[in-house]
Design a protein around this ligand. Structure first.
Ligand SMILES: Cc1cc2nc3c(=O)[nH]c(=O)nc-3n(C[C@H](O)[C@H](O)[C@H](O)COP(=O)(O)O)c2cc1C
Length: 334
């Protein structure tokens, strides 16, 4: 049997919040960090080539140190470009680099990266090697259980072994295959069935590798159960749509002795951050579009969200008014 390198990072990240384009920008990550001080957060996917050629590097790379631990996700298939991207990730202070081999978007696959790369394990291994050799950060990978007709456990296992041998430190496996022809990215997140048992078999075949499972988790108890079989759980859509449902991560997963925060407390704690963003010329909507998801499942939640959205879209939301609305939440006990 081929000997492959074992992981070189500690399993600190039992829970992570998935990379999601147009969702997990730095503002959402700040909100999520107020909810859990521990969960590993990810950037949206950044295409290595775009990062190399843009003059606006700061726009892609800047983050608030409070967001850490933070993984930067790269897409690409060119080891040379990934080499430059790895150096930048290290210079900017990220904690980890994640390589995306799970995205089924036709635009991404047309560039022959994302999920279609799963069909080319040797190319993926070269990309991982390039990332590893050009920084001191852990390099992890996010992929599917298969792509199109390449969906056997054998193929998945040999993909993972080859990539592990190239130095990958953790495998985040979205427990669905990707169907590149005929399904759009949204359908590819719902139509192919979730097969946690495949990821479990993969872990059994590779007990020395860190394997995180992803796909379909909607509450903490499910995650706690999954942690019996996997090294970590990644939460995507549920964390974005219902962030407050995850407010017990630090207590229940990491055993911290703290009380869980109410939405008003989280919003109040973000006021200085929002003020700073406005001072730098930003719009309240940049942050409020994520913030409104904190207020759900309570009386008048819809009215609260409407007031914030309408005013901030029209650029009429003052901090004073936000504080007033949040105080009303607090008076109601939320
Ligand atoms: C709006 C949206 C954008 C996404 N963007 C990315 C991305 O940039 N990189 C990536 O690896 N996965 C991306 N994904 C996939 C998620 O990371 C995750 O694998 C998927 O949503 C399944 O997890 P869930 O069922 O917990 O949502 C995206 C998902 C959504 C809903």
């Amino acid at each position: 049997m081929k000997s492959y390198r074992t992981n070189s990072i500690n399993n600190l990240h039992k829970i992570s919040v998935a990379p999601m384009m147009d969702c997990t920008d730095k503002h959402f990550r700040m909100i999520m960090r107020k909810i859990s001080s521990k969960a590993l957060l990810y950037t949206e996917m950044i295409v290595a080539q775009s990062l190399i050629y843009t003059k606006k590097k700061e726009q892609f790379l800047s983050f608030n140190p409070e967001e850490r631990p933070l993984s930067i996700q790269f897409g690409g298939d060119n080891p040379q470009m990934l080499k430059e991207a790895a150096k930048m990730a290290q210079d900017w202070g990220y904690d980890e680099i994640n390589f995306n081999v799970g995205c089924p978007s036709p635009r991404v696959c047309a560039g022959n990266f994302g999920a279609s790369l799963m069909k080319e394990p040797t190319k993926v291994a070269k990309c991982i090697e390039s990332l590893k050799n050009n920084c001191n950060l852990p390099v992890t990978i996010k992929h599917r259980i298969g792509v199109d007709e390449d969906d056997s456990l054998d193929k998945l296992d040999s993909f993972v072994k080859e990539v592990a041998n190239a130095g990958a430190d953790r495998f985040t496996v979205h427990a669905r295959k990707a169907i590149l022809k005929g399904l759009n990215p949204k359908q590819n997140r719902t139509i192919p069935p979730l097969k946690y048992e495949v990821v479990q078999k993969l872990k059994k075949l590779n007990p020395q590798l860190l394997i995180e499972v992803n796909g379909g988790f909607t509450n903490i108890d499910q995650c706690i159960k999954a942690l019996n079989n996997f090294d970590g759980v990644m939460i995507g859509r549920s964390a974005y749509k219902y962030p407050l449902r995850w407010s017990e991560i630090d207590q229940k997963i990491y055993g911290q002795n703290i009380t869980h925060k109410k939405p008003s407390e989280i919003i109040f704690s973000l006021i200085p951050y929002i003020e700073d963003h406005i001072k730098l010329g930003g719009r309240t909507w940049d942050i409020c579009k994520h913030l409104i998801n904190l207020v759900e499942g309570i009386p008048k939640a819809k009215i609260w969200r409407n007031q914030i959205s309408t005013k901030s879209i029209k650029k009429e939301l003052s901090i004073k008014y936000l504080v007033q609305l949040t105080s009303e939440l607090q008076e109601m006990g939320y």
